[in-house]
Design a protein around this ligand. Structure first.
Ligand SMILES: [Zn+2]
Length: 346
């Protein structure tokens, strides 16, 4: 692949409108793109996950952090949303608020090595740290993998307590944003009060306000979760077919103190994005998820579509619909297209 330097030198000679379009587009949107990155604490789990051959660029083993971040800096990717994949899980998800947990150490390492070069947004949830895979603390028994929710309770207030501990540990490590994603009632108010009381007023909140219960998450769940079985999150995630509920969640989060609000997934939710944009003034974020990534990558693999053209069109359409910021696994593909791929990206 060509390096950025050679692209620049040859720019006037042979580059067609598409590359020029890409470079101009990247200039205009660079600051508003956010790349999700999963940090694996355990090397075996990391290597096993690579076997899936899926979203591998968004995974890093914790011991390879510095090299990976140097490469991201080289690509001019500076906004990162971090998720941790711990070695151990338990019923409470205790590793999520361990001061030496995988994400806490990651943030400390980035700050020590790169100072403020990266804007760090950190996910706040328990689902990748607990044994149930749910976004809250559960009570009751799960007799079968697909047991209905009425036989198992999500403990909202107990979860808030854990989310508070996670958030404080992330703030102490040096995160710029906390990103509560568990969809518990009152989570933004609880966390904003707690952070203010604890002296972390400057750390911002990006809430997953309208995180819809959607089949578009299925590739991620199949590859990354502790259990491959179906998890019914419909009792706490937004109904994808209830626009009023989505808008209510967004407005509540703003009232509770969220600095940025987010809608997830993106493609089939542009109507919600567009309506929200006309109602609110805080930055509106949209997250492109694994199913949307799979659709585009699948088309590209079959040689049916031009990946670069589709990503640009896709991101521009999200902008048109109202997205101020875009979180996407495709961010890296876009930057690699423009600058050449560092070796460790697959
Ligand atoms: Zn979760």
């Amino acid at each position: 692949m060509l390096s950025f330097l050679s692209l620049s030198v040859r720019f006037n000679i042979s580059f067609g409108p598409l590359i020029k379009n890409l470079l101009t587009f990247l200039d205009s949107i660079q600051e508003d793109l956010i790349f999700p990155l999963f940090v694996y604490e355990d090397e075996h789990a990391y290597k096993q996950s690579l076997n899936s051959g899926y979203m591998n660029n968004s995974k890093v083993f914790s011991k390879n952090l510095i090299t990976r971040f140097e490469e991201l800096a080289q690509l001019k990717i500076s906004n990162l949303l971090l998720f941790g994949i711990p070695t151990k899980r338990d019923s409470l998800g205790s590793e999520s608020f361990n001061k030496n947990g995988v994400i806490q150490r990651t943030i400390q390492t980035i700050r020590e090595t790169f100072d403020k070069k990266f804007n760090i947004l950190s996910d706040v949830c328990v689902c990748q740290y607990n044994t149930s895979g749910h976004c809250g603390i559960t009570s009751g028994f799960q007799v079968a993998a697909n047991q209905p929710m009425n036989e198992m309770m999500i403990e909202n207030d107990k979860t808030l307590n854990i989310l508070g501990k996670i958030s404080l540990s992330l703030c102490e490590s040096g995160t710029d944003f906390i990103a509560p994603s568990s969809m518990m009632d009152g989570q933004v108010l609880y966390l904003s009060n707690l952070m203010e009381k604890s002296g972390f007023k400057k750390v911002k909140i990006m809430s997953y306000s309208a995180k819809h219960n959607s089949c578009l998450y299925s590739p991620f769940r199949n590859y990354n979760y502790h259990k491959n079985s179906f998890l019914d999150k419909s009792s706490y995630q937004s109904n994808f077919n209830n626009l009023r509920e989505s808008m209510r969640e967004i407005l509540y989060d703003i009232r509770e103190g969220s600095d940025w609000v987010m809608i997830k997934p993106s493609l089939w939710y542009m109507d919600i994005l567009s309506i929200a944009k006309n109602l609110i003034e805080v930055p509106l974020v949209v997250q492109n998820v694994s199913g949307e990534y799979a659709l585009l990558k699948g088309g590209s693999k079959l040689d049916k579509i031009d990946q670069r053209e589709w990503i640009i069109h896709y991101f521009k359409s999200l902008r048109r619909a109202g997205a101020d910021k875009i979180i996407s696994y495709l961010v890296l593909d876009l930057f690699v297209e423009s600058e050449g791929s560092p070796k460790s990206f697959i």
